[in-house]
Design a protein around this ligand. Structure first.
Ligand SMILES: Cc1ncc(COP(=O)(O)O)c(C=O)c1O
Length: 405
């Protein structure tokens, strides 16, 4: 547990985010993975809360009862039916575990699977800052830097480096977020197939953290729709569709993994919060959840992303060399300042002084054998806050970036 009790990137990020949302409202929050306030989505949750209040017993049941540690049986059944009906995934309730947020789910999965000295392999760095300190044992994580491909003027994309991706008997599982936090990258269908084959041929699970992706909120612009199958572990969260306060996620996996997660959850948490499952349940029985993702949430972030790129492109112009990761999905811009003369973490401090919060890129490169400089020239920028805040924040960022490279 010593490894968990020190400072970490994710703790710094969440402190910055929490303080910006509470005690420092004048901070321009381009930092955390906070979803935006989207009126149509908020109306949906309000309607559901009203239905639960009017129902007579629904709210009391949700507030009063402990659920079984692996999730509410009615919810698990409904969720499995939803995945089967809408996406043709070959799942039953035995493939579903509910956990209090995908952050916790990934922590359980990594430490359970890598027990006995094994390693979790991250095949495509940069990847999520929130994984970086989740290992209970030093040396448990091994990450492989992506290959940088220039995909257009001021645009690049990371690709899986299959030449350097070595899986062996010490590998417990491979894991990646998709869309990737921080880059907004979405692996191609071909990369997914090759990763699946590699995992399959070594009998190790492939974990896909779908927090921003398919099946919901589905903030994916490439059309990538991965299908769950035995041997894969998919983590799905209610957070990015607008319910991060409810701390609810769903893991889809083989029954032995589901059972292990349930058992761990009983020891660590007793049970999950019930409210997220209660709010979501009726939305699984019709197409409201998928529609809100496809018709409201995805276009909203696309429009915000276009806005942020236009502000940034105008502010930076051709004054310094810069590039953005190709926008395949999620809520972020990943900005590469190619001639940055100071580490991104120093630029982060300068920006914080000017009341702009971003995340410096070095945190997203972990478990690497040799130091990898490129992410330390990058910043992760969130564009989910109101446009005026995004605009001011990006203009200040461009000023500071010009002054430093
Ligand atoms: C890739 C990724 N995975 C997991 C999480 C954690 O999400 P949750 O709120 O479900 O714990 C986040 C949150 O930002 C994330 O970006």
């Amino acid at each position: 547990m010593q490894t968990l009790s020190g400072p970490s990137g994710i703790q710094e990020l969440m402190d910055d985010l929490g303080e910006a949302m509470t005690i420092y409202p004048d901070m321009r929050m381009l930092g955390g993975g906070q979803p935006a306030a989207i009126p149509e989505v908020q109306a949906l949750w309000r309607d559901r809360m009203r239905e639960m209040l009017d129902d007579g017993t629904a709210l009391d049941r949700a507030l009063l009862n402990y659920d079984p540690p692996g999730g509410n049986p009615h919810f698990k059944e409904a969720f499995a039916q939803f995945l089967h009906r809408e996406y043709a995934w070959p799942v039953t309730a035995e493939n579903i575990a509910v956990i209090s947020g995908s952050q916790t789910a990934m922590f359980f999965l990594f430490n359970y699977l890598a027990d006995g000295g094994k390693k979790i392999l991250f095949p495509l760095l940069p990847d999520y800052i929130g994984y970086a300190n989740q290992n209970l044992r030093p040396g448990m994580f091994h990450g492989v830097p992506g290959v940088i491909e220039e995909t257009g003027p001021h645009e690049f994309k990371y690709r899986v480096d299959f030449d350097r991706l070595k899986i062996d008997d010490s590998t417990a599982a491979m894991a990646l977020s998709c869309p990737t936090n921080p880059t907004g990258n979405v692996i191609t269908a071909d990369e997914f197939d090759r990763l699946k084959q590699l995992a399959h041929s070594h009998g190790t699970p492939l974990i896909l953290d779908c927090a921003y992706g398919y099946p919901f909120p589905n903030v994916v612009y490439t059309g990538f729709e991965p299908k769950w199958e035995p041997g894969l572990i998919f983590s799905i969260s209610l957070s990015k569709i607008g319910l991060p306060g409810l701390r609810t996620s769903i893991v889809v996996a083989d029954p032995r993994i589901v059972t292990a997660l349930r058992n761990i959850n009983a020891i660590v948490s007793l049970a999950n919060g019930n409210l997220g499952q209660s709010i979501l349940l009726p939305l699984l029985q019709d197409d409201r959840l998928m529609r809100v993702g496809r018709e409201v949430v995805r276009p909203f972030y696309r429009q915000r992303s276009d806005f942020a790129v236009s502000v940034l492109a105008q502010s930076l112009g051709e004054s310094i060399p810069w590039a953005l990761h190709r926008r395949d999905g999620a809520f972020f811009l990943w900005l590469w300042l190619k001639n940055l003369r100071i580490p991104a973490k120093e630029l982060y401090q300068r920006l914080k002084q000017r009341k702009v919060l971003v995340i410096p890129g070095h945190y997203f490169s972990f478990g690497v054998e040799e130091p990898w400089q490129q992410p330390a020239q990058c910043l992760r920028i969130t564009f989910s806050q109101p446009e005026a805040i995004v605009q001011e924040g990006l203009e200040i960022l461009a000023e500071e970036a010009r002054a430093t490279g």
